[in-house]
Design a protein around this ligand. Structure first.
Ligand SMILES: CCCCCCCCCCCCC/C=C/C(=O)SCCNC(=O)CCNC(=O)[C@H](O)C(C)(C)COP(=O)(O)OP(=O)(O)OC[C@H]1O[C@@H](n2cnc3c(N)ncnc32)[C@H](O)[C@@H]1OP(=O)(O)O
Length: 300
Protein backbone atom coordinates (compact mmCIF):
# COMPACT_ATOMS: atom_id res chain seq x y z
CA UNK A 1 0.00 0.00 0.00
CA UNK A 2 1.52 3.30 -1.02
CA UNK A 3 0.53 5.70 1.70
CA UNK A 4 2.65 8.71 2.42
CA UNK A 5 3.24 9.34 6.06
CA UNK A 6 2.34 12.96 5.35
CA UNK A 7 3.71 14.53 8.51
CA UNK A 8 5.69 17.75 8.54
CA UNK A 9 9.40 17.08 7.96
CA UNK A 10 10.07 18.81 11.27
CA UNK A 11 7.89 16.33 13.15
CA UNK A 12 9.76 13.46 11.60
CA UNK A 13 13.15 15.01 12.05
CA UNK A 14 12.46 15.47 15.74
CA UNK A 15 12.07 11.77 16.16
CA UNK A 16 14.82 9.26 16.22
CA UNK A 17 13.28 6.35 14.36
CA UNK A 18 14.89 3.04 14.96
CA UNK A 19 16.91 4.36 17.84
CA UNK A 20 17.93 1.33 19.79
CA UNK A 21 15.73 0.85 22.80
CA UNK A 22 17.54 1.07 26.13
CA UNK A 23 17.63 -2.41 27.58
CA UNK A 24 16.99 -3.98 24.21
CA UNK A 25 20.24 -2.47 23.06
CA UNK A 26 21.89 -4.09 26.02
CA UNK A 27 21.16 -7.41 24.44
CA UNK A 28 17.69 -8.52 25.44
CA UNK A 29 16.83 -11.14 22.81
CA UNK A 30 13.33 -11.07 21.42
CA UNK A 31 11.00 -13.65 22.93
CA UNK A 32 10.85 -16.77 20.84
CA UNK A 33 13.74 -15.74 18.68
CA UNK A 34 17.09 -17.38 18.38
CA UNK A 35 20.37 -15.87 19.48
CA UNK A 36 21.30 -12.65 17.79
CA UNK A 37 17.77 -11.39 17.20
CA UNK A 38 17.34 -8.17 19.11
CA UNK A 39 14.43 -5.95 19.96
CA UNK A 40 14.40 -2.64 18.17
CA UNK A 41 12.11 0.29 17.93
CA UNK A 42 11.84 3.88 18.97
CA UNK A 43 11.37 5.51 22.37
CA UNK A 44 7.65 4.76 22.54
CA UNK A 45 7.37 1.65 20.38
CA UNK A 46 9.23 -1.52 21.25
CA UNK A 47 9.39 -4.10 18.48
CA UNK A 48 10.22 -7.70 19.37
CA UNK A 49 10.92 -9.55 16.14
CA UNK A 50 10.59 -13.29 15.70
CA UNK A 51 11.98 -13.68 12.19
CA UNK A 52 11.68 -17.47 12.24
CA UNK A 53 7.93 -17.17 12.68
CA UNK A 54 7.67 -14.08 10.45
CA UNK A 55 6.02 -12.23 13.31
CA UNK A 56 6.83 -9.05 15.22
CA UNK A 57 5.28 -8.02 18.50
CA UNK A 58 4.81 -4.27 18.68
CA UNK A 59 4.54 -3.00 22.24
CA UNK A 60 3.15 0.46 22.84
CA UNK A 61 4.87 2.23 25.67
CA UNK A 62 3.87 5.82 26.01
CA UNK A 63 3.22 5.96 29.75
CA UNK A 64 1.17 6.53 31.72
CA UNK A 65 -1.77 5.62 29.45
CA UNK A 66 -0.51 5.16 25.86
CA UNK A 67 -2.46 8.21 24.75
CA UNK A 68 -1.96 8.69 21.04
CA UNK A 69 0.05 11.91 20.93
CA UNK A 70 1.43 13.23 17.65
CA UNK A 71 4.90 11.95 18.44
CA UNK A 72 3.59 8.54 19.47
CA UNK A 73 1.44 8.27 16.33
CA UNK A 74 4.47 9.17 14.24
CA UNK A 75 6.58 6.50 15.88
CA UNK A 76 3.84 3.91 15.41
CA UNK A 77 3.60 4.85 11.74
CA UNK A 78 7.34 4.56 11.23
CA UNK A 79 7.42 1.14 12.95
CA UNK A 80 4.53 -0.11 10.87
CA UNK A 81 6.01 1.18 7.65
CA UNK A 82 9.31 -0.47 8.45
CA UNK A 83 7.70 -3.84 9.25
CA UNK A 84 5.45 -3.61 6.22
CA UNK A 85 8.46 -3.08 3.96
CA UNK A 86 10.49 -5.91 5.47
CA UNK A 87 9.71 -9.16 3.72
CA UNK A 88 10.76 -11.07 6.87
CA UNK A 89 7.45 -10.21 8.49
CA UNK A 90 4.01 -11.53 7.62
CA UNK A 91 2.21 -10.62 10.82
CA UNK A 92 2.31 -8.26 13.76
CA UNK A 93 0.80 -8.41 17.20
CA UNK A 94 -0.05 -5.03 18.69
CA UNK A 95 -0.06 -4.92 22.45
CA UNK A 96 0.74 -2.61 25.35
CA UNK A 97 3.71 -2.27 27.62
CA UNK A 98 1.71 -0.07 30.06
CA UNK A 99 0.11 -2.23 32.76
CA UNK A 100 -3.69 -2.25 32.63
CA UNK A 101 -3.95 0.15 29.70
CA UNK A 102 -4.02 -0.81 26.04
CA UNK A 103 -4.47 2.79 24.93
CA UNK A 104 -6.44 5.70 26.41
CA UNK A 105 -7.17 6.79 22.85
CA UNK A 106 -6.38 10.07 21.20
CA UNK A 107 -4.32 12.44 23.27
CA UNK A 108 -6.77 15.03 24.51
CA UNK A 109 -3.96 17.52 24.95
CA UNK A 110 -3.40 17.46 21.18
CA UNK A 111 -6.97 18.71 20.73
CA UNK A 112 -7.40 21.04 23.68
CA UNK A 113 -6.12 24.63 23.53
CA UNK A 114 -4.23 24.03 20.27
CA UNK A 115 -4.20 26.18 17.16
CA UNK A 116 -5.92 25.02 13.95
CA UNK A 117 -2.64 24.20 12.17
CA UNK A 118 -1.64 21.86 14.99
CA UNK A 119 -5.07 20.22 15.07
CA UNK A 120 -4.90 19.69 11.30
CA UNK A 121 -1.48 18.08 11.52
CA UNK A 122 -2.62 15.91 14.38
CA UNK A 123 -5.75 14.75 12.61
CA UNK A 124 -3.78 13.89 9.48
CA UNK A 125 -1.57 11.63 11.58
CA UNK A 126 -4.65 9.98 13.16
CA UNK A 127 -6.07 9.30 9.68
CA UNK A 128 -2.72 7.98 8.52
CA UNK A 129 -2.34 5.51 11.38
CA UNK A 130 -5.84 4.21 10.85
CA UNK A 131 -5.33 3.72 7.11
CA UNK A 132 -2.02 2.01 7.62
CA UNK A 133 -3.28 -0.46 10.23
CA UNK A 134 -6.67 -1.03 8.60
CA UNK A 135 -5.23 -1.72 5.13
CA UNK A 136 -2.01 -3.40 6.23
CA UNK A 137 -0.87 -6.31 4.09
CA UNK A 138 0.35 -7.96 7.26
CA UNK A 139 -1.87 -10.00 9.52
CA UNK A 140 -2.53 -7.65 12.43
CA UNK A 141 -3.67 -9.11 15.74
CA UNK A 142 -4.58 -7.02 18.76
CA UNK A 143 -3.52 -8.49 22.09
CA UNK A 144 -5.61 -6.13 24.17
CA UNK A 145 -4.18 -6.21 27.66
CA UNK A 146 -5.93 -3.22 29.16
CA UNK A 147 -8.65 -0.62 28.83
CA UNK A 148 -9.19 0.55 25.27
CA UNK A 149 -11.54 3.52 24.85
CA UNK A 150 -12.22 5.66 21.74
CA UNK A 151 -9.03 5.92 19.64
CA UNK A 152 -7.69 2.84 21.47
CA UNK A 153 -10.82 1.00 20.40
CA UNK A 154 -10.39 2.21 16.81
CA UNK A 155 -6.86 0.83 16.79
CA UNK A 156 -8.17 -2.50 18.09
CA UNK A 157 -11.03 -2.57 15.58
CA UNK A 158 -8.54 -2.02 12.77
CA UNK A 159 -6.76 -5.27 13.59
CA UNK A 160 -7.77 -8.48 11.81
CA UNK A 161 -8.47 -10.23 15.11
CA UNK A 162 -8.84 -9.06 18.71
CA UNK A 163 -7.97 -10.99 21.87
CA UNK A 164 -9.03 -9.23 25.08
CA UNK A 165 -7.79 -10.01 28.59
CA UNK A 166 -10.57 -11.15 30.91
CA UNK A 167 -10.22 -8.52 33.60
CA UNK A 168 -13.34 -6.73 34.85
CA UNK A 169 -11.36 -3.46 35.00
CA UNK A 170 -10.85 -3.51 31.25
CA UNK A 171 -13.37 -2.18 28.78
CA UNK A 172 -13.47 -1.33 25.11
CA UNK A 173 -15.69 0.94 23.06
CA UNK A 174 -16.17 4.24 21.30
CA UNK A 175 -17.07 6.47 24.26
CA UNK A 176 -16.70 9.83 22.48
CA UNK A 177 -20.19 11.05 23.38
CA UNK A 178 -19.29 10.81 27.08
CA UNK A 179 -16.66 13.46 26.40
CA UNK A 180 -19.17 15.67 24.57
CA UNK A 181 -17.52 14.95 21.22
CA UNK A 182 -18.49 12.63 18.38
CA UNK A 183 -16.89 9.68 16.68
CA UNK A 184 -16.01 10.63 13.09
CA UNK A 185 -17.77 8.74 10.28
CA UNK A 186 -14.85 6.39 9.70
CA UNK A 187 -14.69 5.37 13.37
CA UNK A 188 -18.43 4.73 13.10
CA UNK A 189 -18.05 2.76 9.85
CA UNK A 190 -15.49 0.41 11.38
CA UNK A 191 -17.70 -0.22 14.40
CA UNK A 192 -20.77 -0.86 12.21
CA UNK A 193 -18.71 -3.28 10.09
CA UNK A 194 -17.71 -5.13 13.25
CA UNK A 195 -20.84 -5.32 15.41
CA UNK A 196 -23.65 -4.41 13.03
CA UNK A 197 -25.80 -1.34 12.58
CA UNK A 198 -28.20 -1.56 15.52
CA UNK A 199 -25.61 -2.50 18.12
CA UNK A 200 -23.31 0.25 16.83
CA UNK A 201 -26.11 2.79 16.93
CA UNK A 202 -26.71 2.15 20.64
CA UNK A 203 -23.06 1.82 21.52
CA UNK A 204 -22.09 5.06 19.79
CA UNK A 205 -24.92 7.21 21.11
CA UNK A 206 -24.55 5.95 24.67
CA UNK A 207 -20.75 5.85 24.56
CA UNK A 208 -20.67 2.23 25.75
CA UNK A 209 -17.45 0.87 27.12
CA UNK A 210 -17.98 -2.90 27.04
CA UNK A 211 -16.45 -5.03 29.80
CA UNK A 212 -14.93 -8.31 28.53
CA UNK A 213 -18.01 -10.57 28.62
CA UNK A 214 -20.22 -7.94 26.94
CA UNK A 215 -17.46 -7.15 24.46
CA UNK A 216 -17.38 -10.79 23.40
CA UNK A 217 -21.14 -11.06 23.25
CA UNK A 218 -21.55 -7.99 21.02
CA UNK A 219 -18.57 -9.07 18.87
CA UNK A 220 -16.36 -6.03 19.37
CA UNK A 221 -13.63 -8.54 20.29
CA UNK A 222 -13.19 -12.06 18.92
CA UNK A 223 -11.92 -13.81 22.01
CA UNK A 224 -11.67 -13.19 25.75
CA UNK A 225 -8.99 -15.15 27.60
CA UNK A 226 -7.33 -15.09 31.03
CA UNK A 227 -4.91 -12.21 31.28
CA UNK A 228 -1.82 -14.41 31.35
CA UNK A 229 -2.89 -16.09 28.11
CA UNK A 230 -3.42 -13.02 25.94
CA UNK A 231 -0.02 -13.11 24.26
CA UNK A 232 0.08 -16.88 23.75
CA UNK A 233 -3.44 -16.84 22.34
CA UNK A 234 -2.51 -14.05 19.95
CA UNK A 235 0.44 -16.18 18.82
CA UNK A 236 -1.72 -19.27 18.20
CA UNK A 237 -4.29 -17.22 16.31
CA UNK A 238 -1.49 -15.70 14.26
CA UNK A 239 -0.31 -19.19 13.26
CA UNK A 240 -3.81 -19.97 11.95
CA UNK A 241 -3.92 -16.77 9.90
CA UNK A 242 -0.40 -17.32 8.55
CA UNK A 243 -1.41 -20.77 7.31
CA UNK A 244 -3.34 -18.99 4.54
CA UNK A 245 -1.31 -17.99 1.45
CA UNK A 246 -0.47 -14.28 1.77
CA UNK A 247 -1.64 -13.21 -1.68
CA UNK A 248 -5.09 -14.76 -1.27
CA UNK A 249 -5.57 -13.38 2.23
CA UNK A 250 -4.29 -9.92 1.31
CA UNK A 251 -6.51 -9.61 -1.77
CA UNK A 252 -9.49 -10.77 0.25
CA UNK A 253 -8.74 -8.32 3.05
CA UNK A 254 -8.48 -5.53 0.52
CA UNK A 255 -11.75 -6.57 -1.09
CA UNK A 256 -13.53 -6.40 2.25
CA UNK A 257 -11.89 -3.27 3.68
CA UNK A 258 -11.19 -1.01 0.69
CA UNK A 259 -14.71 0.44 0.35
CA UNK A 260 -14.59 1.60 3.98
CA UNK A 261 -11.10 3.08 3.63
CA UNK A 262 -12.03 4.71 0.32
CA UNK A 263 -14.76 6.72 2.00
CA UNK A 264 -12.06 8.52 3.95
CA UNK A 265 -9.45 8.51 1.18
CA UNK A 266 -11.89 10.32 -1.10
CA UNK A 267 -12.36 13.16 1.38
CA UNK A 268 -9.33 13.34 3.62
CA UNK A 269 -8.87 17.09 3.38
CA UNK A 270 -12.54 17.78 4.00
CA UNK A 271 -12.41 15.43 6.98
CA UNK A 272 -9.44 17.36 8.39
CA UNK A 273 -11.25 20.66 7.90
CA UNK A 274 -14.40 19.28 9.56
CA UNK A 275 -12.35 18.06 12.49
CA UNK A 276 -10.56 21.38 12.93
CA UNK A 277 -13.82 23.34 12.72
CA UNK A 278 -15.53 21.02 15.18
CA UNK A 279 -12.75 20.80 17.71
CA UNK A 280 -12.16 24.57 17.65
CA UNK A 281 -15.72 25.37 18.73
CA UNK A 282 -15.91 27.03 22.13
CA UNK A 283 -18.53 24.53 23.29
CA UNK A 284 -16.31 21.57 22.35
CA UNK A 285 -13.25 23.09 23.97
CA UNK A 286 -15.34 23.59 27.11
CA UNK A 287 -16.43 19.93 27.06
CA UNK A 288 -12.82 18.82 26.73
CA UNK A 289 -11.84 21.11 29.59
CA UNK A 290 -14.54 19.63 31.83
CA UNK A 291 -13.50 16.08 30.92
CA UNK A 292 -9.82 16.76 31.58
CA UNK A 293 -10.70 18.31 34.93
CA UNK A 294 -12.75 15.20 35.78
CA UNK A 295 -9.74 13.02 35.00
CA UNK A 296 -7.62 15.15 37.33
CA UNK A 297 -10.22 15.15 40.14
CA UNK A 298 -10.60 11.39 39.93
CA UNK A 299 -7.11 11.23 41.39
CA UNK A 300 -8.35 13.12 44.46
C1 LIG B 1 -21.26 18.69 12.27
C2 LIG B 1 -20.28 17.74 12.85
C3 LIG B 1 -19.01 17.55 12.06
C4 LIG B 1 -18.11 16.62 12.73
C5 LIG B 1 -16.81 16.35 12.12
C6 LIG B 1 -15.94 15.30 12.78
C7 LIG B 1 -15.53 15.72 14.11
C8 LIG B 1 -14.59 14.83 14.85
C9 LIG B 1 -14.68 15.11 16.29
C10 LIG B 1 -13.56 14.72 17.16
C11 LIG B 1 -13.26 13.30 17.19
C12 LIG B 1 -12.36 12.95 18.28
C13 LIG B 1 -12.31 11.49 18.46
C14 LIG B 1 -11.69 11.20 19.78
C15 LIG B 1 -11.18 10.04 20.09
C16 LIG B 1 -10.51 9.80 21.38
O1 LIG B 1 -9.80 8.85 21.50
S1 LIG B 1 -10.73 10.90 22.67
C17 LIG B 1 -9.96 10.17 24.08
C18 LIG B 1 -10.89 9.23 24.79
N1 LIG B 1 -10.24 8.64 25.92
C19 LIG B 1 -10.80 8.53 27.11
O2 LIG B 1 -11.93 8.88 27.33
C20 LIG B 1 -9.95 7.94 28.20
C21 LIG B 1 -9.63 8.95 29.26
N2 LIG B 1 -8.78 8.40 30.29
C22 LIG B 1 -9.25 7.59 31.27
O3 LIG B 1 -10.42 7.26 31.37
C23 LIG B 1 -8.23 7.11 32.27
O4 LIG B 1 -7.10 7.95 32.20
C24 LIG B 1 -7.81 5.64 32.05
C25 LIG B 1 -7.33 5.40 30.63
C26 LIG B 1 -8.95 4.71 32.43
C27 LIG B 1 -6.60 5.34 32.98
O5 LIG B 1 -6.96 5.61 34.32
P1 LIG B 1 -5.81 5.73 35.42
O6 LIG B 1 -4.88 4.59 35.31
O7 LIG B 1 -6.50 5.96 36.72
O8 LIG B 1 -4.95 7.00 34.98
P2 LIG B 1 -5.36 8.54 35.10
O9 LIG B 1 -4.90 9.06 36.40
O10 LIG B 1 -6.79 8.74 34.77
O11 LIG B 1 -4.51 9.17 33.90
C28 LIG B 1 -3.11 9.38 34.03
C29 LIG B 1 -2.75 10.66 33.30
O12 LIG B 1 -3.05 10.50 31.92
C30 LIG B 1 -3.92 11.54 31.50
N3 LIG B 1 -4.78 11.03 30.42
C31 LIG B 1 -5.62 10.01 30.49
N4 LIG B 1 -6.22 9.80 29.30
C32 LIG B 1 -5.74 10.75 28.46
C33 LIG B 1 -5.97 11.05 27.08
N5 LIG B 1 -6.82 10.34 26.32
N6 LIG B 1 -5.30 12.08 26.56
C34 LIG B 1 -4.44 12.82 27.31
N7 LIG B 1 -4.17 12.56 28.62
C35 LIG B 1 -4.82 11.53 29.17
C36 LIG B 1 -4.70 11.92 32.74
O13 LIG B 1 -5.25 13.18 32.62
C37 LIG B 1 -3.61 11.84 33.78
O14 LIG B 1 -2.80 13.00 33.63
P3 LIG B 1 -2.11 13.68 34.90
O15 LIG B 1 -3.22 14.12 35.83
O16 LIG B 1 -1.37 14.84 34.34
O17 LIG B 1 -1.23 12.64 35.50
Amino acid sequence: MALTVGLRPLTRALLRPWARVPGAALGRPAAGSGDGVRCFGSPRVLVEPDPAAGVAVMKMRNPPVNSLSLEFLTELLISLEKLENDKTFRGIIITSDCPGIFSAGLDLLEMYGRDPAHCAEYWKAVQELWLRVYLSNLVVIGAINGISPAGGCLLSLSCDYRVLANNPKYAIGLNETLLGIIAPFWFKDVLVNTIGHRAAERALQLGFLFPPSDALQVGIVDQVVPEDQVQSTARSVMAQWLAIPDHARQLTKNLVRKPTADRLLQQRDADIQNFVRFISRDSIQKSLHVYLEKLKQKKG
